[in-house]
Design a protein around this ligand. Structure first.
Ligand code: ADP
Length: 574
């Protein structure tokens, strides 16, 4: 996992490689400095040899300068490498998500994908930056300093033989506990992002129902959950600092005690003892640093797993790029189709249905009866579990997915507009659409009048999610966008629910008179929207209850009769 993840450093590889090399250079200089100091004190100061002091001082300054330069260089290359690495990770994740099918997104949930793209990547980036700088620094410094202590202090090195195992044991205990808290904290971000995303997407509903307080409660709970686990982890980690201090002062006392004895018997110089103090600091700080790196890794581990999970996910839908590129006509056939979002729970059961090319078909049914699910299978937004869906006489899976979706235009209930101009949005349907083509599509979807009323016409700005347009206007723009594709099959999933009945009729008339030859499927709650269709499908509980023309259904289908009657009365009294 680590290898596959870190291989994404790609073009920043050499920067990632030179960072630890610069770091080793810095460490080497830092380790030489105490020895130079010891030499100045023991040979220069003790003998009053000014020349010696000068020559050593110059080396000392040079070593300090080199240490600084190496340090700065390593910080710069490290920052480049880690932010480049994070950019690549985000890019790869994003690209992978674009390949995901609806069911893949359902499986991961969009809030979790957002956490993986943001918090998790940031977390891994920090660890990466720390590791390339510190992973080498700590052991190198530790080894150099131990060697220097052994050279300069001889038996004094035995003090560390006692101190080091104590530190390792203590760090191990702390680590085990902190790991649990941090794993929980990062999982908490999924819940947190879900609350935020849900709130922002539904901010109008929240306000309309005056649910701000509940939303704030939900948010606070999710944020508190993260805080609780972070604080727990941090508190445990905070113990390490006084603990290290304690061990380090104990080492100092032991070294001072034994060092004084050695100086008394003449086997050690004062400068030597002073250098050993510095080396003690270096040894202990490198141990602390190693502990920190391990902690960082243990914190980042769950993030690394979550990122790898997405990167390694095989999209459940094969795009079949070598498949058929042409959809011959707009005919649709369902053969014994069953489908469920979850294994074992069928939402559609044994559907058999035939729609001829160019027909207009209405679909009616209660909410949850499976209407949207049925049409989702035509554009292959989901794949069937059993049976076959044929478009233009061929299984939808035999087409190149792009070509199929060009031929089947779906205006979903929750279709969105994106920030950009109206023209930008419409050109999603056809990237090189001319103004005339756009006008034509807008006219057929009854959008032209309100577009032209705007001073900037097709160049008017659309806010994120189309927030500056009314529900009905958004729907009409979405229909225009779908029409621009000039598809074989146009599916409107309750796409005119927010427009008034007169405009709804205008759109239907325009579609039937001007957009000929295109198969049209209209899902609606209104009988009037489907009344003139060549046939009407009545859905109930994931099954087709009946199919027929309005007249036929009025004669024989009870649910249609009830629906027709109540809506007619509603229209008369309304
Ligand atoms: P309709 O369009 O008739 O209102 P749908 O086709 O949207 O009905 O839904 C049919 C059933 O499938 C419902 O019970 C709904 O809860 C379920 N369903 C719809 N979409 C999903 C999804 N993405 N994941 C799980 N269940 C879903």
């Amino acid at each position: 996992m680590v290898k596959s993840l870190f291989s994404r450093v790609r073009q920043y590889k050499w920067k990632a490689v030179v960072t630890p090399i610069f770091m080793v250079g810095e460490v080497a200089m830092e380790v030489i400095i105490p020895t130079l100091m010891a030499l100045i004190i023991d040979n220069g100061v003790a003998n009053g040899d000014m020349d010696y002091i000068w020559s050593m001082s110059i080396r000392l300054v040079a070593a300090a300068f080199l240490a600084l330069s190496f340090g700065v260089l390593s910080a710069i290359t490290g920052a480049y490498a880690s932010s480049g690495f994070a950019t690549n990770l985000r890019h790869d994740l994003y690209q992978k998500i674009q390949d995901f099918s609806f069911s893949d997104i359902d499986r991961f949930s969009s809030s979790s994908l957002i956490t993986r793209l943001t918090t998790d990547v940031q977390n891994v980036q920090m660890t990466f930056q720390m590791s390339i700088r510190m992973l080498f620094r700590s052991p190198v410094m530790f080894i150099f300093a131990i060697i220097m202590v052994a050279r300069n202090g001889g038996v004094l090195a035995t003090v560390f033989a006692v101190a080091i195992p104590i530190i390792i044991m203590a760090v191990y205990v702390v680590l085990k506990k902190t790991h649990q808290s941090f794993t929980k904290a990062f999982k908490g971000y999924d819940g947190f992002n879900m609350v935020v995303q849900e709130n922002l997407n539904g901010i109008r509903t929240v306000k309309a129902y005056v649910r701000e307080d509940e939303q704030i409660d939900k948010f606070t709970k999710a944020a508190d959950e993260i805080k609780k686990n972070f604080v727990k982890g941090q508190r445990l980690m905070a113990i390490t600092s006084p603990m290290m201090m304690f061990v380090s002062y104990a080492c100092m006392i032991a070294i001072s005690y034994f060092g004084a004895k050695l100086i008394n018997v003449g086997s050690m110089e004062t400068g030597q003892l002073m250098s050993i103090y510095t080396y003690t600091g270096q040894i202990l700080s490198s141990l602390i640093m190693s502990a920190m790196i391990i902690v960082m890794f243990s914190i980042a581990w769950p993030s690394m797993q979550r990122i790898t999970e997405v990167l390694n996910a095989v999209p459940s839908m094969d795009r079949n790029e070598n498949g058929d590129k042409t959809v011959e006509d707009g005919s649709i056939e369902f053969k014994d189709v069953s489908f469920g979002y979850k294994k074992g729970v069928d939402v559609l059961k044994d559907i058999n249905l035939e729609i001829k090319s160019g027909e207009t078909v209405g679909i009616l049914g209660t909410t949850g009866s499976g209407k949207t699910t049925l049409i989702s299978l035509i554009a292959r937004l989901y794949d069937v579990d059993k049976g076959q869906v044929l478009v233009g006489g061929k299984d939808v899976r035999s087409y190149d997915l792009y070509s199929l979706r060009q031929a089947v235009s779906v205006v979903l209930q929750k279709n969105t507009l994106f920030s950009g101009t109206i023209a930008d949005n419409l050109r999603w349907g056809k990237s090189d659409a001319t103004l005339d083509e756009m006008r034509q599509a807008a006219e057929n979807s009854s959008a032209l009048s309100f577009i032209e009323e705007k001073p900037e016409g097709f160049d008017s700005w659309v806010e994120q999610g189309g927030a500056n347009f009314s529900g009905g206007q958004k729907q009409r723009l979405c229909i225009a966008r779908a029409l621009l594709k000039n598809p074989r099959i146009l599916i409107l999933d309750d796409s005119t629910s927010a427009v008034d009945t007169a405009t709804d009729k205008k759109i239907r008339d325009a579609l039937s008179q001007r957009v000929k030859g295109m198969t049209k499927i209209i899902i609606s709650q209104r009988v009037s929207s489907v009344e003139d269709a060549d046939k009407i499908i009545i859905m109930s509980n994931g099954k087709i209850e009946d199919i027929g023309t309005s007249d036929e259904l009025l004669k024989r289908n009870e649910s249609y009769q009830v629906l027709y009657k109540t809506q007619q009365e509603g229209a008369l009294h309304g």
